[in-house]
Ligand binder design. Sequence first.
Ligand code: ARG
Length: 656
Amino acid sequence: MSSALPPLPSLPSHASPELAALDAFKLATAAFLSKTLEIPLEQAYEGVESGKTGKNVTGDFLIAVPRFRLKGKPQEITQKLVDAFQPDAYLASISANGPFVSVSCNTKTLTKLVLEQINSLTYLAPAVADVEPTFARLNLKDDPNSEAPPAGLSLLKKGGYGTNLSGAGKTVVLDFSSPNVAKPFHAGHLRSTIIGAFLANLYEANGWDAVRMNYLGDWGKQFGILAVGFEKYGDEEKLREDAITHLYDVYVKINKDGSETGTKVNPETGAEESDGVPTAAATAVHDKAREFFVGMENGDETSLALWRKFRDLSIAKYKDTYARLNIYFDIYSGESQVSTKSQTDAVQRLQDLGVVEDSQGALIINLEPYKLGKTIIRKKDGTSVYITRDIGAAKERFDKYKYDKSLYVVASQQELHNAQLYKILDLMKYEFADRCEHIQFGMVLGMSTRKGTAVFLDQILNESKDVMHEQMKKNEAKYNAVDDPEETSDKLGITAVKIQDLSGKRINNYKFEWSRMTSFEGDTGPYLQYAHVRLSSVERKNAPDVVLPPPSERATSINTDLLCSGSDSDSKARDILLLIASYPDVVKMAFKNQEPSTVVTFCFRLCHAISSAWETLIVKGQEKEVALARLWLYVSAKDVLASAMRLLTLEPLEKM
Ligand code: ARG
């Protein structure tokens, strides 16, 4: 049938029917507009909007005629379009409504092209070697801090249905998660992890090479404190078992020692209270800690060996948790990895450009003229600070990856720090200054376990898993049918946490709510997984009576016209079809506004369309040909839902 389609005009630059079938129909519409209204094709194409809902929309595409700025009344122009319209293999009908016209696609062509395309890009397209290109192109292999993604993750397929090539040849570096060793992994880090990993996928889905970088807080006086604490409270075995928890425990204990003060008697109440003066022991903790850190900065091997051990064991533990989250990093970097040279060079350049001022022995940059306050870049004792390392790191990253964009996925609390950093890079006349961008996000309110205790990500994930496990047990029959309830409940729990996080606009705060996020009802993570599981089961349930042919034979042996009778059940099929056809646009839209919620909303719309089709668009007991066509639609919907879920870093479940 494809061979019988009328020819399409040569394309405006961003239309790509070979990746997004809907673009062919938009092009056909644009060609009609261009010819009838005598406007350039490009301009006509821009005016064809899909995915719109609302009272003006009476077809698949909406065109607001006034945007073309033509002579004559809008109503005359819409009438002209209605009169000139001739249905063809692409376009079925047109209708006018005030200054708008709506155009509808030919359902048979749409159905056939969309299902064939999803099938071919999911199963037949030459597998674009998944992560290898980024590794090769960017020479990540030569970097001692880099590693290939661990096996067993459920990753987005590059070049798969929904993706596009708009960013081909461009590189983005994403700095995300970036927790501080020996300090809690707080809600801000959780959001950074989830949003950052999503954005990395999203850039890749839009053709970019993405470098996922974890910039650990792994340098500073806190390591001195930790070293002093480890001498007193440390336990090698516990360290090896769970470095993150143990180091945190040690850190809390030694900090308590370090903040001890003397006491005095309150003359009014007679009660004993703190005199605010650190005890000798407390002062000693800090003195020794400072000494240790100075040792680290001066390259003292004994100090560095201990620091390295803490760091390596912590990273090993982080990696397990990230893998549990279906997330990985190409690079484990950190503040410690920024070379001293980059930092001294940076300070030198700032001095040469006359940007720094001396302030009682410390070096500061006055950013008052930009309403960004003042910031210290070198302390009195000569040690560097967070922002100095960030300045050095930005340059190092650029030298290495020649990034077109560098994203810092960090909570909004660090807005000032980021704004200062980018301004300083700009004052340093670096060409990459305006390629840096702070991806902000709001706060999570009340993230803790149900008992109200949690500092570690693992505790939150364990709790979420337990809640899902309890939920699952409520349906005994189903529960007994699940192969691995432990693993399934863990994945459901993680989906619950992620979907709660990605559902709203990034910048908004949200309340962490156990019962809502773990419910199977409403737009939640578990509901999404449930929808995917149900789609997966259609194939299993209909075998061996109805079995799809192998992907290479589907286009020729399945009659998709059988989904287009115009009946009520087929109108459900059309709803699903139009949604899955719009997925490539969703990926572009999400990229444009860098918003996860665009993809989440799409997933739920698709799930709702599918759930309202189950009752009438039945596979079981239908005539074989009809059953096959319907099954193919469901499987295609499942493939698209799975891709969207992977884009969101989720691991779609086959059974639960
Ligand atoms: N470690 C920092 C923190 O937890 C976040 C680092 C963000 N990235 C950066 N390049 N500053 O607050």
